[in-house]
Design a protein around this ligand. Structure first.
Ligand code: HEC
Length: 165
């Protein structure tokens, strides 16, 4: 699906969404339906993401870049201020969905739990990464990371995009 989102005018969305006090205007703000089929539908996080995050802009535009957990927290805060229906009930679901699917993490600086979430590792595997870096100093590259004993290199490979050094 090409270039529509590149031509997407941020300023017009702001103007539209913010000034929309009437339901009619909000309706005009809704974009043409976007087919979103990449995510498995049995994932409650995916359902919540689509329900909440597609209200004002196409969700595929959101995920063009990976973000750290902190950056996603900031984004959720910003979207809440813009009027997104993010509540105590769905906040954690949305945050973990975003971190797991569109997260990134620095394996030399982050806590084990954050590495586990963003890279899709077990707590034990993430702990081994932290221990290794404590013993040997910071990782220099992916190859070195992939050799940490007790960590499934296939999982690392699968989520390589989420890993920074
Ligand atoms: C009430 C309308 C609304 C909803 C719902 C909404 N957004 Fe947004 N979003 C906006 C507007 C308006 C902009 C453009 C403002 C900007 O770029 O600063 C935007 C821009 C963004 C951006 C790009 C700009 C940035 O700050 O990085 C991201 C990422 C984003 N939204 C994520 C989300 C996510 C994730 C959700 C679901 C939790 C969501 N949005 C739900 C209104 C909304």
């Amino acid at each position: 699906m090409k270039p529509d989102r590149h031509r997407f005018q941020v300023s017009s969305v702001i103007a539209c969404c913010i000034s929309a006090s009437a339901a009619l205007l909000l309706t005009l703000c809704v974009f043409a339906p976007v087919a979103i089929a990449q995510e498995p539908s049995d994932d409650p996080g995916a359902q919540e993401f689509q329900a909440v995050c597609s209200k004002c802009h196409p969700p595929d535009r959101i995920v063009t870049g990976r973000r750290t957990k902190t950056q996603w927290e900031e984004t959720l805060e910003k979207m809440t201020k813009l009027g997104a229906p993010i509540t105590d009930d769905n906040y954690d679901i949305l945050l973990s969905y975003l971190v797991q699917h569109y997260g990134k993490v620095n394996v030399n600086r982050s806590a084990a739990a954050d590495i586990a979430d963003a890279v899709g590792l077990t707590a034990d595997e993430a702990q081994k990464i932290v221990k290794y870096r404590d013993d040997h100093g910071p990782f220099v590259d992916f190859d070195q990371l992939a050799k940490v004993p007790g960590v499934d290199a296939k999982k690392l490979e699968k989520n390589k995009d989420a890993i920074t050094f």
